[in-house]
Write a protein that binds this ligand. Structure first.
Ligand code: GLN
Length: 374
């Protein structure tokens, strides 16, 4: 009997899809999967309506020229170094295919964002996980990172701002990571899809420190609150964009043409009209609402400096019970670890939801905690 390849063991449901499914089944408030409750801005939606019926056929695999230009303009790079992808996920996949293969290792941090591991394995490479240090905050353990590097290591894969911890690299940390990559001649894949979501200093783009070895991943879905549109990008070191784009031509060929056109129109509008400042203000208020609410329930929280995720300790609680009984969905910390032990009771809450949803989730948690502790 014919059978599927053993690699389909990677096909299991992701924790994000699972928690969203359970949230729907149990009428829970979904602070699990990170997608915004608010709609995308009208200037983006109007641009898309105009583009459908106008820009409908294939674009070049490297992307619609005007979107490559808009991304380049926004990020201060050459359009020659920009590839448009079907979201950040495809960007990361194309990079895995282009950068490593069987026998290679890629060094990542734990807790990690889920797509990194299956993508490394699909490319045949081995992920090597280095745990972040958790004291009162999340920190990169640079000496552990360096110790994890072997002659097989091809790349470091990092997120900044970091999902799920919400931490943002300091300039010193960023410089040390880049110096380490230089010492060992490694590529850096820097997943910067939350680049506009920060609450203190703007994050450093690692590319600025080492344009010759950093691939940056970006996302219009994250920036413009349209995660289902699947429009993302890669900034490559000079000269490498055609080959990396050539890899993605064998999967999706190109991203949705009218949505590329709409994002090309929207990026300069978002910048000009202060859309990101407003976004940050809104998220900061919701972060504070969630964080002060969790703290007032006596829970330990780790304040995020970026992203729309907040980590907290809920010792003794279990994610499925939380969805079923408290009717609040959050991502269990254990889902972000495969090689090292997760801190006990760690959960990630997404606060890209309405204030009403966050308030209601806090009320439900309060009731549930009273019940389990009585
Ligand atoms: N990036 C989002 C999160 O971390 C969504 C993940 C997903 O469903 N692939 O929750």
């Amino acid at each position: 009997m014919a059978h599927l390849h053993p690699r389909t063991e990677l096909s299991r449901e992701s924790i994000f899809a699972q928690m969203s499914r359970l949230a729907a089944e149990h009428g829970a408030i979904n602070l699990g999967q990170g997608f915004p409750s608010n709609p995308p801005p009208p200037f983006l939606l109007e641009a898309a309506r105009r583009a459908i019926g106008t820009v409908d056929q294939y674009t070049p695999p490297i992307g619609l020229p005007q979107l490559r230009e808009a991304v380049a303009e926004d990020l201060g790079v050459s359009p020659q170094e920009v590839i448009i992808t079907a979201g950040g996920t495809e960007a990361l996949h194309a990079l895995a295919e282009a950068l490593y293969g069987p026998g290679d290792e890629v060094v990542l941090l734990e807790p990690y964002f889920d797509v990194y591991i299956p993508q490394a394995r699909m490319a045949g490479a081995e992920p090597v996980m280095v745990p972040m240090r958790l004291t009162d905050r999340w920190e990169v353990d640079l000496s552990a990172l360096e110790q994890a590097i072997t002659p097989r290591t091809k790349a470091l894969l990092l997120t900044n701002p970091y999902n799920p911890t919400g931490s943002v690299l300091s300039r010193t940390e960023a410089e040390q990571i880049v110096a380490l990559a230089r010492r060992h001649d490694l590529w850096i894949i820097s997943d910067e899809v939350y680049d506009e979501l920060y609450f203190a200093e703007p994050p450093i783009s690692l590319r600025e420190l080492a344009p010759e070895r950093v691939f940056t991943v970006g996302s219009a879905g994250k920036r413009l609150e349209a995660t289902g549109w699947r429009i993302g990008w890669i900034l490559t070191p000079p000269g490498l964009a055609p080959q990396v784009a050539g890899m993605r031509q064998w999967s999706s060929f190109c991203s949705a043409a009218p949505l590329q056109a709409a994002v090309a129109e929207a990026l300069p509008v978002a910048r000009r009209e202060g859309f990101y400042e407003a976004l940050r203000q809104g998220y900061k208020a919701r972060r504070d609402l969630l964080e002060s609410g969790l703290k007032s329930l006596g829970l330990k929280t780790f304040s995020p400096a970026g992203t729309y995720f907040l980590t907290a300790l809920l010792p003794g609680l279990e994610a499925e019970a939380l969805v079923r009984e408290a009717k609040v969905a959050a991502i269990p910390g254990s889902a972000f670890y495969i090689q090292n032990p997760a801190p006990k009771g760690l959960f990630r809450f997404a606060f890209c939801k309405t204030e009403a949803e966050i308030e209601q989730a806090l009320e439900r948690l309060e009731g549930y905690l009273k019940k389990v502790h009585s």
